[in-house]
Design a binder for this molecule. Structure first.
Ligand code: XIL
Length: 355
C-alpha cells in the first residue's frame, strides 16, 4: 500500500456512501468483490489502471462502454491516433481526428490520458522516410512536430511517451532515421522540445519493451537516463511496455528489479503496454499461467514506490495487436472473444484487493 492516506481517503469516500446494510445478493456480492480494476488499483495505491484503445473498434458499443467505464479504466491511451503518420500525414499539416475520437470521450469520462508517442522509428509518414533530410532540417522537423502535437494536447495528457523504442536488445541505439541523420542527441533534443511545448505538469517518459528485467538493454537505458538527470535533461519517467508471453514472462522479482533501476534515479515508472500472449491453441492451464503473470506484473508495480500505474495494450482479444504481429499467438488480453472477463481479470482484482 502506498500514498496511503490520500488514496485511502479517496477510495473510501464513495464506498462509505454506498455501504450496504442489507444482505448481499449474488449480484451485489459480485459487484462488491469486483468493483472494477481502476477502483481496486486506486485502493491499492496506484494512480490508475488503464487501457489502450484503438479506433477500429469504436463502432462496437459493448466494447466502448467498457473502455470508457471509469471503474475499470481510470486512464486511456490511443493505440495509434497520436503517431506521426496520422498526426502529420503531410509536412506541417496536422490532423487529430483519430486521436480525438479516443481522447475526447476519455476526458468526458474523467479518465486521465497517456499520450503516445512523439518519436519512434515506426508508423512514420512517407514524406519523412522517403527523402534524405540534412541534420538541421530533420531537427527542425522534429521540433515542429513536437510543438504542434504538444500544444494541441497542452493540458490533456497526464504523460507523453516522448521517445519510444530507441534501444536494441544489446544496449546499442537502434539504427533508425533519427540516429542516422541527427545522431544520439536526438533523444535529448526530443525531451528538451517536449518540455518546451507541453504543460509544465505533463510527465515526460521514455518508453520501451524488453526492459522488464535487469539486462543489457535496461542497463544501457539506465546509463543514459542517469546522465540526463545529472545534466538536467528534462525526463520524468520510464515506461516498461511489458509485452509478455506465457512461459517466458519476467517474474515479479525481475520486473521489480527493472523498475528499481529507475526508482533509484528518482524517476517515475509505469507499465505502459501490458499484455500476455498465449501460444495457440489456448488451454485452461495456459489461462491460469497467464493470470499469474498478469497478477505478478501488476503487483510489481503496486509494490514499487515509483510505479504510478498499469496500462494494458487493449483489453479485448479480437482487437489486440498480437495475432497480426506474432502469428500463432493470441488471447493476450483480459476480456475474451465473447467480451467476458478471463481468469487474468479476476487474478489481478484478487491480488489488488489483498494489497
Ligand atoms: C501497435 C498498435 O497496437 C497496432 O495497432 C499498430 O498496427 C502497430 O503498433 N509498441 C508500441 C505500440 O509502442 O505503439 C505498438 O502499438 C505496440 C508495440
Amino acid at each position: 500500500m502506498k500514498f496511503a492516506s490520500f488514496s485511502v481517503a479517496l477510495a473510501v469516500l464513495p464506498f462509505l456512501s454506498a455501504s450496504p446494510t442489507y444482505p448481499k445478493s449474488g449480484h451485489h456480492a459480485e459487484r462488491n468483490k469486483y468493483p472494477g480494476l481502476d477502483v481496486l488499483a486506486k485502493r491499492a495505491g496506484l494512480l490508475y489502471f488503464g487501457t489502450a484503445i484503438d479506433n477500429v473498434v469504436l463502432n462496437n458499443t459493448a466494447y466502448v462502454t467498457i473502455a470508457h467505464n471509469r471503474s475499470e479504466f481510470g486512464q486511456v491511451t490511443p493505440s495509434n491516433g497520436l503517431k506521426w503518420m496520422y498526426t502529420e500525414p503531410s509536412r506541417n499539416v496536422f490532423n487529430y481526428t483519430m486521436a480525438n475520437e479516443i481522447i475526447k470521450p476519455a476526458i468526458k469520462a474523467h479518465q486521465i490520458r497517456r499520450c503516445h508517442t512523439f518519436v519512434w522509428h515506426n508508423q512514420l509518414p512517407d514524406w519523412l522516410t522517403s527523402k534524405n533530410y540534412t541534420k538541421p532540417e530533420l531537427i527542425g522537423i522534429l521540433e515542429n512536430h513536437i510543438k504542434h502535437e504538444a500544444r494541441a494536447y497542452y493540458d490533456k495528457c497526464y504523460a507523453w511517451d516522448v521517445v519510444n523504442e530507441a534501444f536494441n536488445d544489446d544496449g546499442t541505439l537502434r539504427d533508425d532515421l533519427w540516429l542516422q541523420t541527427i545522431g544520439p542527441e536526438y533523444i535529448e533534443l526530443a525531451f528538451r522540445f517536449a518540455r518546451k511545448y507541453t504543460s509544465p505538469w505533463t510527465r515526460l517518459y521514455y518508453n520501451d519493451y524488453g526492459i522488464e528485467r535487469v539486462n543489457n538493454k535496461s542497463l544501457a537505458l539506465q546509463k543514459v537516463v542517469k546522465d540526463f538527470v545529472k545534466r538536467g535533461v528534462p525526463i520524468d519517467g520510464v515506461g516498461l511496455q511489458a509485452h509478455f508471453t506465457v512461459g517466458r514472462a519476467p517474474s515479479y522479482n525481475d520486473t521489480r528489479s527493472a523498475l528499481n533501476l529507475f526508482t533509484k534515479l528518482g524517476l517515475e515508472t509505469a507499465l505502459t503496454e501490458l499484455d500476455v500472449r498465449v501460444d495457440l491453441p489456448d488451454t485452461a492451464a495456459k489461462q491460469k499461467t497467464q493470470a499469474d503473470v498478469y497478477a505478478a506484473s501488476v503487483k510489481a508495480c503496486v509494490d514499487e514506490e515509483s510505479c504510478v500505474g498499469v496500462t494494458v495494450w487493449d483489453f479485448w482479444d479480437p482487437v489486440s495487436w498480437v495475432p497480426s504481429t506474432f502469428p500463432g499467438y493470441g488471447n493476450a488480453c483480459l476480456w475474451d472473444d465473447a467480451l467476458k472477463r478471463k481468469p487474468a481479470y479476476y487474478a489481478i482484482s484478487d491480488m489488488l484487493r489483498d494489497e
